[in-house]
Write a new protein. Structure first.
Length: 261
């Protein structure tokens, strides 16, 4: 999570609208350039190979960014389930400890899971979310220290072998989830997607120069579809901040928390 992410996703609708408007303008500019050129050279043949190459590149970029964003969206939902499983497994294995050591550790688990849920609830306030993340990291340390001490007091090596690996997996998955929020395509990919979209609009308008009138349904549909696709791609990349969200997947963690009461 970075502070720039909320600003980016909040600007996504305006970026999409701006792209739509600029594409409409370039479609018209391309059409006028094409008509002007045809007046000078009526036998002018359009370069279909160039148009095909640009549109193929646009399709490749859209497919690459969209499929990547959708895959990362699914991965983030899956990681929530994996964290719930890891916490649930570690919580159950507290049973192997002496009974006197169990209540304090179970209480730490409840506080830890509350903190994990609160970390993502506080988004898009990244600073508040990272402060809560620090709290959960401190609780991880307390849980680990308490578990190690309880295993040592039990005097049974099997206790440590069962509990500590489960705790390690629980801690590791929290870091994996944090890093998954920071994995996005390089900015240059989005820049290229926008640039190629604009070039494609100019060439599409140029190709329409042979028509006497404007085909508004083609003009508006082309610009709207590309702009909407770019918006959806950005929204998928930041599923805690935009319209497309993974919040529903948190229910598995909330169910786990209720089971701890």
């Amino acid at each position: 999570m970075h502070a720039v992410e909320p600003a980016l996703i909040q600007a996504a609708p305006y970026l999409a609208i701006g792209l739509f408007i600029v594409m409409l303008l370039l479609l018209e500019v391309g059409r006028r350039l094409g008509r002007k050129r045809r007046k000078r050279d009526p036998e002018l043949a359009l370069s279909g190979a160039v148009d095909a190459a640009v549109f193929a590149l646009l399709g490749l970029l859209v497919a690459f960014t969209f499929s990547g964003a959708a895959a990362r969206f699914d991965d983030r939902r899956q990681l929530i389930t994996e964290e719930a499983n890891a916490i649930g497994t570690a919580y159950l294995r507290i049973d192997v400890l002496p009974e006197s050591a169990q209540p304090p550790l179970r209480d730490l688990f409840r506080r830890y899971l509350d903190s994990r849920l609160e970390t993502y609830r506080k988004l898009p306030d990244v600073q508040a979310a990272m402060k809560e993340w620090d709290t959960s990291v401190e609780l991880q340390g307390e849980i680990w220290a308490s578990a190690v001490a309880a295993c040592r007091d039990s005097g049974l090596s099997q206790t440590a072998m069962l509990l500590l690996p489960a705790l390690n997996a629980m801690i590791d998955i929290s870091t994996t989830r944090l890093m998954s929020t920071r994995i996005h395509p390089p900015t240059i990919v989005y820049f290229m997607l926008g640039t190629v979209s604009l070039v494609a609009a100019l060439l599409a308008g140029y190709g329409m120069a042979s028509s006497k009138g404007r085909s508004w349904i083609h003009i508006v549909s082309f610009a709207a579809i590309i702009a909407a696709t770019v918006f959806v791609i950005l929204d998928l990349e930041y599923p805690r901040l935009g319209l497309i969200r993974v919040d529903a997947a948190d229910e598995v963690l909330m169910e786990l928390r209720r089971s701890m009461d």
